[in-house]
Design a protein around this ligand. Structure first.
Ligand code: HEC
Ligand code: HEC
Ligand code: HEC
Ligand code: HEC
Ligand code: HEC
Length: 192
């Protein structure tokens, strides 16, 4: 009887904490502040620029890659050249400096994840990254932290992909069964 009450109280406390976290983070951009306010909504949704026009390494290498300053300037020497954020961009270009973008999606160092194999097997970027073209600021709620743990515990986890081993292996198993792909399940292919 007493343990039951204890568990109930713990559950309520966790629920309250989770609700607080959900409410307190709702509505604000959750992604990190970037050196230039780059907006995927404008580029990928409104102007329909292809993901791989900018992330051009995705189909041929391990990395997807972030476009160089000169690729941006191909348009922005003229387009919106008077906007403050575009002038910041021109500043990096004129100083011949790379833009120090803050990394968002990441797996631990001991994991081998090649984009090439996935893009060639026609897995959509959005399957793993969510609806990037709808994001003014790219965000990913991955990894272990107190907020995510509490949300998971009370079943309120957000829908973004977790990038966990279970997630990788589950997709590999499913696609191998359904689409006859040869996605690896051996430990050493993902861990070297
Ligand atoms: C005009 C160029 C451009 C286009 C088009 C574009 N991106 Fe990006 N993308 C960027 C830049 C610059 C960044 C780094 C700044 C940021 O995170 O917003 C980025 C960041 C990202 C990231 C996060 C990288 C990290 O650090 O983990 C993902 C994922 C991504 N883009 C996917 C996409 C997808 C999917 C599409 C198509 C729907 C797309 N991008 C279209 C330029 C572009
Ligand atoms: C293929 C052409 C193209 C490329 C490449 C491109 N952009 Fe743009 N960008 C646009 C267009 C079109 C707009 C919308 C301009 C407008 O609102 O009139 C825009 C708008 C912007 C704005 C202003 C957004 C705002 O809120 O007003 C910024 C900042 C920007 N781009 C940054 C970048 C960066 C950084 C890169 C490189 C990673 C990049 N762009 C690459 C076409 C491009
Ligand atoms: C099967 C899942 C999956 C697919 C499909 C996928 N990605 Fe990724 N992406 C990841 C993972 C996992 C990482 C983190 C990799 C790491 O830390 O080494 C990542 C990292 C990135 C990054 C940041 C680091 C880098 O590689 O430059 C960008 C940008 C990115 N992805 C863009 C894209 C784009 C654009 C597409 C579609 C053309 C795409 N991704 C398709 C899972 C995926
Ligand atoms: C949405 C489905 C999906 C997810 C999620 C996914 N993969 Fe894959 N993976 C595939 C498919 C499909 C292939 C290609 C199989 C083929 O070529 O027949 C593949 C292939 C691979 C390969 C083999 C590459 C090669 O060169 O042969 C590695 C390594 C890999 N994935 C690692 C990962 C890791 C690590 C993760 C999680 C971070 C992950 N994958 C998540 C579907 C997925
Ligand atoms: C398809 C890719 C893939 C395969 C196959 C795979 N792993 Fe992983 N593994 C991952 C990823 C991604 C992570 C990091 C994310 C996480 O911790 O869930 C990881 C994490 C781990 C960790 C660290 C977990 C932790 O909590 O710190 C261990 C240990 C591990 N894997 C062992 C294995 C063993 C043993 C096998 C074979 C039975 C295996 N893995 C097969 C992708 C894979």
């Amino acid at each position: 009887m007493r343990t039951r009450v204890g568990v109930g109280a713990l559950g309520l406390t966790l629920l309250a904490a989770a609700l607080f976290l959900v409410l307190s983070t709702r509505g604000q951009a959750a992604g990190p502040a970037q050196p230039i306010a780059f907006n995927h909504q404008i580029h990928a949704d409104q102007y329909k620029i292809d993901c791989q026009y900018c992330h051009a390494d995705a189909r041929r290498s391990e990395y997807a890659g972030i476009p160089s300053v000169s690729r941006c300037m191909g348009c922005h020497k003229i387009t919106a050249a008077d906007r403050p954020e575009v002038q910041k961009l021109a500043g990096f270009f004129n100083r011949n400096e790379p833009i120090p973008w803050v990394r968002i999606f990441m797996v631990p160092e001991y994991v081998y994840f090649p984009h090439k194999a996935h893009v060639r097997a026609n897995v959509k970027c959005q399957t793993c990254h969510g609806p990037i073209e709808k994001m003014a600021v790219v965000e990913a709620r991955t990894g272990q932290n107190l907020a995510n743990d509490l949300l998971n515990l009370v079943g309120l986890a957000r829908s973004s992909t977790p990038l966990t081993m279970g997630w990788c292996v589950e997709c590999h198993t499913t696609m191998n069964a359904k689409e006859k792909t040869k996605a690896p399940l051996e430990c050493v292919t993902c861990h070297h």
